[in-house]
Design a protein around this ligand. Structure first.
Ligand SMILES: NC(=O)c1ccc[n+]([C@@H]2O[C@H](COP(=O)([O-])OP(=O)(O)OC[C@H]3O[C@@H](n4cnc5c(N)ncnc54)[C@H](OP(=O)(O)O)[C@@H]3O)[C@@H](O)[C@H]2O)c1
Length: 372
């Protein structure tokens, strides 16, 4: 395999990171030795190892003396995972072929002198396929808010929960074990998880990563204008262990804030513009300022309705369960039972692109409003 073909292959494997890496770019890497492909890797998940590190891990000692063909200039600063330039040097890579220069002006071209100083040949072979992988990343670079994924599980009759009966909650588990496992894989790679206070009051959820180690510190965020989150809730009482941030208006009760803070909860009073009652734009800006890059909004219906109405979601992940909830079902959007067939749901949501995947007895619909 020659270097041009290896670069195309690296672009192909990079695309496997779609839906999992945003707002990071999709990146792929192929290692060549004497014209033979000895390893490939791609950036699999936000916060996880970069493509070069994945490929080096696969190659092991065979990486020494090899050529690394990478779709994007390797990172030269220690970000979430450590500098890839250092990993390439440590593995004994002899030559690096790069398909696109880092579009971030703060980093562009910085890897090349760092690699050359260690005796590694660097060849920038700018490729349209490699540039195309960066389209979304370039659009998102100047944006002052995180990548937002709207996530919910819905029944075959378009509902997300059962309404209380005779004043008593009716708990229901819509997603099966496979979907549940996927949810926790996602949570492990997020910076934040957002819910509305209605969900806290109805379900008293934990909103933690279970069954695997979080790759990033997961901040549990509640949109709670009047600080209705009970200080005794699971979220508030576990705030010392798992960060819990409440977003409220300047008018929220100060004594309530004191009780919540005593539990270790962080309270953010967001200055809403006059006549506005929607916390979301300010909450997302606040999370960006706090360094959060990727967040998931896990409901409930009123929160999702606002998120969608304001076009503040970038992507969606919907678990479509075969279960029916019947007359007691709470519609997925207020007053609206959403379609359960993937194409019809994608059309209703106005997604620019989408795909469906079987997860045990459930279906997973993933899509995005971004045309890239
Ligand atoms: N199946 C699923 O995937 C899933 C996931 C989550 C929840 N659920 C279910 O959904 C139900 C709760 O849903 P819900 O619609 O009643 O409540 P919700 O969406 O969790 O919370 C709504 C409340 O949060 C606050 N809020 C949300 N977005 C806001 C914004 N942009 N600006 C200002 N305030 C905002 C408001 O609080 P105030 O009322 O204080 O103004 C609003 O009334 C529960 O039954 C739960 O089990 C299902």
């Amino acid at each position: 395999m020659d270097e041009a073909a290896a670069l195309l292959r690296a672009c192909e494997v990079a695309r496997r990171g779609r839906h999992e890496v945003e707002p990071n770019p999709m990146v792929g890497c192929v290692l060549l030795r004497d014209g033979e492909l000895i390893a490939e890797g791609w950036h699999r998940a936000y916060g996880g190892p970069h493509a070069e590190v994945e490929a080096l891990r696969v190659a092991g000692e065979r990486a020494a003396g090899a050529t690394a063909v990478v779709t994007l200039e390797p990172c030269s600063t220690r970000g979430k995972t450590g500098a890839c330039t250092e990993a390439l040097v440590a593995a004994g890579i002899r030559r690096v072929v790069v398909g696109a220069v880092d579009p971030n002006p703060a980093h562009a071209g910085a890897a090349f002198p760092a690699l050359r100083a260690q005796g590694i040949e660097v060849d920038v072979q700018v490729s349209l396929a490699a540039e195309a992988l960066l389209e979304l990343f370039k659009q998102l670079l100047p944006r002052p808010r995180p990548w937002v994924i709207a996530k919910w599980a819905q029944s075959a009759d378009g509902c997300v929960a059962l309404a209380p009966r005779d004043g008593l909650p009716q708990p229901v588990q819509l997603s099966g074990p496979e979907a549940h496992a996927r949810l926790h894989d996602w949570r492990a790679h997020l910076d934040g998880l957002i819910v509305g206070v209605g969900t806290v009051l109805a379900d008293d959820p934990q909103l933690t990563v279970r069954g695997r180690s979080p790759v990033r510190p997961l901040r549990r965020v509640v949109l709670d204008p009047s600080l209705r989150t009970p200080p005794g809730s699971v979220l508030a009482s576990s705030a010392g262990e798992h960060p819990c941030w409440l977003m409220c208006t300047p008018e929220a009760s100060e004594s309530r804030e004191d009780s919540l803070r005593a539990q270790g909860v962080s309270v953010f009073r967001l200055p809403l513009a006059p006549g506005r009652d929607d916390l979301l734009p300010d909450a997302l800006a606040c999370l960006h300022t706090q360094g959060l890059g990727r967040v998931m909004v896990e409901g409930g219906p009123r929160t999702h309705a606002r998120l969608l109405a304001e076009s503040l979601a970038d992507a969606v992940a919907v678990i479509l369960s075969p279960k029916h909830l019947g007359a007691d079902g709470l519609p997925a959007l207020p007053g609206e039972r959403l379609p359960s067939e993937p194409a019809a749901l994608a059309e209703r949501l106005g997604l620019a692109s989408w795909e469906a995947e079987a997860l045990g007895d459930d279906l997973l619909l993933r899509g995005t409003w971004r045309r890239v």
